[in-house]
Design a protein around this ligand. Structure first.
Ligand SMILES: [Zn+2]
Length: 280
């Protein structure tokens, strides 16, 4: 009796196993956000999943999702084809090329462009070393949730877009990775999203003053040229909380905020994240 019962049960299971699944299983990785050059996506996958991030079949590396299965992925200024892959599932991104401006600034003092004294070189090197520490921050807590707000909530004039090709005193330089917002000296500057201050330094050679806010997993907002920084290293900040005031310190030709964003070693366009798609 018992034997027959088991056989019937086994047959029932065999039937179930061979039948087409009524519901397809949820994807093992799913990403949403701003899949554009300079953009960011948020991928949801399994907790601590080791996800392949690739710029080509032979150009890839791995990053771990956090304990909730969340992983940020950013796209640099000139990236085109990308994919992320986990458990045999691939999400591909074909990023169209964006048009970038050319931005020329003349009349900068030469010791801000290409001629440095020994003393200045010493300061530049020391500042670079401190910056490296700030950018190595990898906060576990996710502060970036549903997009950025503009760091200046008062009136401002946008003078440079992300990615502009820079020519300083006639010398071609690296692209300008920031969005420049001109506003009067002393205008409050706020955090674009929640995060933790990973650097607050008012003695930088080029930047003058530099503030870094880690929004999680090394998604780091940074602000340059401020008059005053009013938060400290290690401090938690909330979206909209004042962190600094507009100034013109360092290599700057007038009061403005240079607003930048990095994910790991990639330069993102912070302004794109103000258009973050809503969940619904
Ligand atoms: Zn700038």
């Amino acid at each position: 009796m018992r034997g027959i019962g088991l056989t019937i049960l086994a047959m029932a299971f065999a039937t179930l196993a061979s039948a087409e699944p009524l519901l397809s299983h949820p994807p093992s990785i799913d990403c949403s956000g701003m899949a554009q050059q300079g953009g960011l996506i948020v991928c949801r996958t399994e907790p601590n999943a080791k996800v392949k991030i690739a710029r080509g079949e032979d150009d890839f590396y791995f990053e771990n999702a956090d304990e909730n299965g969340v992983l940020f992925v950013g796209f640099d200024r000139d990236e085109n084809d990308n994919f992320v892959e986990y458990a045999g599932e691939r999400v591909s991104f074909d990023l169209p090329s964006r048009d970038y401006d050319t931005s020329k600034i003349d009349g900068l003092p030469s010791n801000m462009v290409n001629e440095y004294s020994e003393e200045e070189l010493k300061r530049i090197r020391a500042a670079t070393a401190r910056k490296k520490v700030g950018f190595a921050s990898r906060e576990e807590e996710i502060g970036f949730k549903d997009g950025f707000i503009y760091p200046i909530q008062a009136d401002y004039i946008k003078t440079t877009n992300f990615g502009a090709q820079r020519i300083l005193n006639g010398v071609p330089k690296k692209p300008h990775y920031g969005v420049d917002l001109a506003a009067p000296k002393g205008t409050p500057i706020v955090a674009p999203a929640d995060g933790i201050v990973s650097m607050a330094d008012e003695d930088m050679y080029f930047e003058g003053s530099l503030l870094l806010i880690d929004h999680g997993q090394g998604l780091i907002s940074y602000y340059l040229h401020m008059e005053d920084i009013v938060v400290e290293d290690g401090q938690h900040v909330k979206q909209g909380e004042q962190v600094a005031t507009v100034g013109t310190k360092g290599r700057s030709t007038g009061p403005h905020l240079c607003w930048r964003l990095k994910w790991r070693n990639r330069n993102l366009d912070p302004e794109l994240l103000t258009e973050w798609p809503s969940e619904s």
